[in-house]
Design a protein around this ligand. Structure first.
Ligand code: ADP
Length: 317
């Protein structure tokens, strides 16, 4: 039985085979499984944490490709649903010469956004220890209601809930809708991973610690603020600490946040709230920083997520 259920976005990423080109100029693409919660599920499986993915794909070639990719990576796909009523979500993503990412989405609406309350796998939630979700499935119905229902069930069963807002502003109708839903997501969770930019977007505050405190609520036991190459900041109800990142030759940051999330969840799984001491959190965040850093040293998300021996080797090198 999976310990951690990751829920939400699952899509095929098409990435130009040559980097530094605009999408319109690319003629060859490589396909890869993507979607932040799916990456986290694979990251966890690689770290030896039994994980499952809950969501929806189309009854089409891309849907089966995604299901096979997750299953081959060791993720339990029992809670994954197929539908003939919508196509699998697709994204075309290029890392342009100026370093910015260019996205083009097929979401019309896509199968992952059709994940409905009836699709929620209550038995999987009841058997797990933690439910992890992101904000993309909060954009529209029925996936918004399904996500909130799964979260409510997890709470009812006394499970932990973790959240990564993973803001992709282009997918939202407007900034206000994004802010409202991101805050709603935050309020559901006891563990949150959020980037310094997302904190700035939500609070207008440039200081991540002040911003994190402005977002704080009673249910939260841990917030981890990611700061790219600089590492991260952890916050508990009454303490905070900074953990430096690792200097690496980064080639592609795709999936670093998801790798970090997997490292963080793998680290906290054996700690109840009282055991999340500053010393424990420094250790856990060092592990998560290493997991994120390693992922930046190779292209793509899923192919570059490290397994546990790789993280240990990196930390002891
Ligand atoms: P996100 O914005 O998606 O949360 P980040 O880009 O901040 O993700 O990366 C998540 C984590 O991965 C960081 O907190 C850090 O630990 C690690 N990381 C990211 N980029 C680098 C880098 N260039 N060098 C070293 N570590 C990195």
């Amino acid at each position: 039985m999976a310990e951690i259920i990751c829920m939400g976005e699952l899509l095929v990423d098409f990435v130009p085979t040559t980097t530094g080109v605009d999408l319109a100029a690319a003629d060859l693409f490589k396909k890869a499984a993507g979607g932040a919660p799916a990456n986290v599920a694979v990251g966890l499986a690689r770290l030896g944490v039994p994980s499952a993915f809950m969501g929806k794909v189309g009854e089409d070639g891309f849907g089966h490709f995604l299901a096979d990719t997750l299953a081959q990576a060791g993720v339990d796909i029992t809670p994954l649903r197929f539908t003939a009523a919508a196509r699998t979500a697709l994204a075309f993503v290029s890392l342009r010469a100026d370093g910015d990412r260019e996205f083009l989405f097929y979401r019309n609406p896509s199968a992952d956004m059709m994940f409905a309350p009836d699709d929620v796998d209550e038995a999987a939630i009841a058997g797990a220890r933690l439910l992890h979700f992101g904000s993309i499935s909060l954009i529209g119905e029925p996936s918004r209601s399904a996500t909130l229902q799964a979260v409510a069930l997890a709470r009812q069963y006394g499970k932990r809930i973790s959240y990564d807002p993973n803001l992709r502003l282009a997918l939202w109708p407007d900034e206000t809708a994004a802010r409202t839903s991101l805050r709603l997501g935050l309020q559901q969770a006891d563990i949150v991973k959020i980037s310094a930019e997302e904190i700035q977007f939500l609070t207008g505050l440039d200081d991540p610690v002040a911003g994190a405190r402005a977002l704080w609520h009673d249910r939260l036991v841990l917030m981890a603020v990611t700061c790219g190459a600089q590492g991260c900041i952890w916050l508990t109800p009454d303490a905070a600490g900074e953990v430096a990142g690792f200097p690496v030759a980064a080639v592609d940051a795709t999936g670093a946040g998801d790798a970090f999330m997997a490292g963080l969840l793998a680290g906290v799984r054996d700690h109840d709230a009282a055991a999340l001491t500053p010393a424990a959190l420094d250790r856990i965040c060092r592990f998560a920083n290493a997991t994120g850093a390693i992922t930046t040293t190779a292209r793509g998300a899923i192919p570059s997520l490290p397994d546990r021996p790789a993280v240990h080797a990196f930390l002891t090198a």
